[in-house]
Design a protein around this ligand. Structure first.
Ligand code: FES
Ligand code: FES
Length: 175
């Protein structure tokens, strides 16, 4: 194999060591047939094959929350877990939340709860998961839901205002 500096960091892999498999994913209410290496993290399939760029790749280490999607109504990180684990489950990305949880997105817009916006799809997903559990979350429940979501822009206070708006207006009940 031709010498390549990248092999100092990653073991040399030849194309015959890859294998592809077919998966059926249900995403935002639509069924998709995809072909991928079974170990591929879900976020890559969502973004690169299905064109759903709502889930962001941040740390890639399950440390920042940017890649969160709803899986059967519960927030899950998609940057490490393999696509093969998600067959048969209902996946909702930030794109799908505009249909199912429009009130949450409206509250974030009303409170200007975003700066660069990179973290926001994950945070909106976490909020949707929270309101799937309860329409009147306690402070402890809100903290727990947002705990793993980092925002380098400092939007956290406005995110909390958006969640408070949802609670006060009972707007999440509309979802
Ligand atoms: S990209 Fe998945 S948690 Fe950071
Ligand atoms: S708005 Fe920029 S990282 Fe949160």
């Amino acid at each position: 194999m031709k010498s390549n500096p990248i092999h100092n960091y990653f073991p040399a892999i030849t194309t015959d060591q890859y294998f592809m498999a077919k998966f059926t994913l249900r995403v935002n209410g639509t069924t998709h047939d995809v072909e991928a290496d079974p170990a591929t993290p879900l976020v890559f399939v969502l973004r690169n094959q299905l064109g759903l760029t709502g889930p962001k790749l941040g740390c890639g280490l399950e440390q920042c929350g940017a890649c969160a999607v709803l899986v059967d109504g519960t927030p899950e990180l998609s940057c490490v877990r393999a696509v093969s684990e998600f067959e048969g489950q209902d996946i909702v990305t930030a794109e799908g939340l505009s249909e199912t949880h429009a009130a949450i997105q409206q509250a974030f817009i009303a409170e200007g709860a975003a700066q660069c916006g990179y973290c926001i799809p994950g945070i909106v997903t976490a909020t949707a998961g929270l309101f799937n559990q309860t329409k009147k979350p306690s402070e402890a429940q809100i903290k727990e839901a947002l705990h793993g979501h980092l925002c380098r822009c400092g939007s956290q206070l406005r995110v909390l205002k958006a969640i408070d708006r949802l609670i006060q207006e009972g707007a999440a009940d509309a979802d």
